[in-house]
Write a protein that binds this ligand. Sequence first.
Ligand code: UQ1
Length: 432
Amino acid sequence: MSAIGVVSSCSHLRPGVWLLKPGMQKMSSFGLHTAARCAAKDYYEVLVLGGGTGGISMSARMKRKVGAENVAVVEPSKTHYYQPLWTLVGGGAKQLATSARPTGSVMPKGVEWIKSRVTALDPDKNCVWLENDIKIKGLPEGFHHPKIGSNYSVHTVEKTWKALQDFKEGNAIFTFPNTPVKCAGAPQKIMYLSEAYWRKTGKRSKANIMFNTSLGVIFGVKKYADALLEIIKERNIAVNYRRNLVEVRADKQEAVFENLDKPGVTEVHQYEMLHVTPPMGPPEVLINSPVSDEIGWVDVDKETLQHKKYPNVFGIGDCTNLPTSKTAAAVAAQSGVLDKTISLVMKNQLPTKKYDGYTSCPLVTGYNKVILAEFDYNAQPLETFPIDQSKERVTMYHMKADMMPFLYWNALLKGYWGGPAPVRKLMHLGLK
Ligand code: UQ1
């Protein structure tokens, strides 16, 4: 019996129910599950779990009591069955189809249908957890077809280069998902490289380049966003905001995007090349873990990196809920702070050194050009060099392509690179 109509409290003494969506999948891999799609709200006065007989009839009753906008039903099945008829179907007296109706058609009008599955209940906190089973339809299988790649997985990064070289004529689409990602600049860096490559090989006029992003802005720091928008204009690239990739039909070279401002409304684009940035999130082991926040990120103090509840636990890197962009440069700066924090905690002292959220994104805008974005928790530029880093520069390209790998292998991994703060101080004569 799938029809379990569990109805939460709707009295004024107890609050309603929160929906939690661990949602995404671990950073930088495809497959398994994601939660690209979310419910319209994450809180309902009445939440009905299961859209069977009990669930649907109770949602109709609760709609009359508290109003449709305050009721939601969690039900993964697309079809609702009138099961009593199955006696006759089994006996050959009725066709199975006569017992079936689309779930959407039995949902009371105005009540939200959350197309997901409940994985855990937390009645003490009035929370339910939803499954992360909404992946990009058609992936990762679609990667077996040519014309599609992703720089975000070791299995697909070389497919990007192949698709780029094989490009003949048509749409080149670059995506940004509806989740946090590792290095938020990377989804557009490959677009600028592609544009430059097609210019170099005489194919630029054959390419209609599109950046379809779930976000409402091109980049979170205004100084660099302004510079990028100039480049986008100059290079004749189309940006479509609030567009989330929900399906890839690789055999037909079609990509389907949902308009996040009009849930349920989709657009289909034919592509000659598609670069996918997959939805990302915390690793499975951290979801619902005692060290994690509601989403599944390790819950640490944003300045000391010490766990908020367990003083002998610390966090660094992509798995944490530090509200900054997830990059290797951020890890470098965090490693310096965390070293100090742990040293003091080991001596039973309080941590003193504070992480300012420093992160850096070398925005590759061509085969010899980089805008070196560096910023802090407040999305304010925090630049190492005393020059305008929002300009495209050849020197910064060499720093990214030639110097950074050396610094990474020989200094950061060996624990000798805690980020560029000392260089910045020197460059700014101690003023920054
Ligand atoms: C950095 O520290 C770092 O970590 C090694 C990176 O990752 C590869 C970077 O991309 C950048 C830009 C920095 C910052 C370093 C300087 C010298 C600005």
